[in-house]
Design a protein around this ligand. Structure first.
Ligand SMILES: [Ca+2]
Length: 71
């Protein structure tokens, strides 16, 4: 059975969105950068027009998350 890394990453990020209660903060007019991932719907679009600042990374969302975690 094979589950792609990308799919795992997406599931992981979705759980992160849940933990951070991003769904409650999405689209409230404030940019919550810790929710600004595709898996969190880019904070409901509160942060710039869905641009990906870590686009150089193959898995941009994950890189952004690791970066946000302190390294
Ligand atoms: Ca927000």
């Amino acid at each position: 059975m094979h589950i792609s890394f990308e799919r795992k990453a997406t599931n992981l990020l979705r759980s992160v969105c849940d933990k951070r209660k991003c769904w409650e903060r999405a689209n409230d007019g404030n940019c919550d950068s810790d929710c600004n991932y595709a898996a969190c719907k880019f904070d409901g679009g509160d942060c710039s027009g869905k641009r990906e600042p870590f686009s150089k990374c193959r898995y941009g969302n994950m890189c952004a998350d690791l970066f946000a975690n302190g390294e």
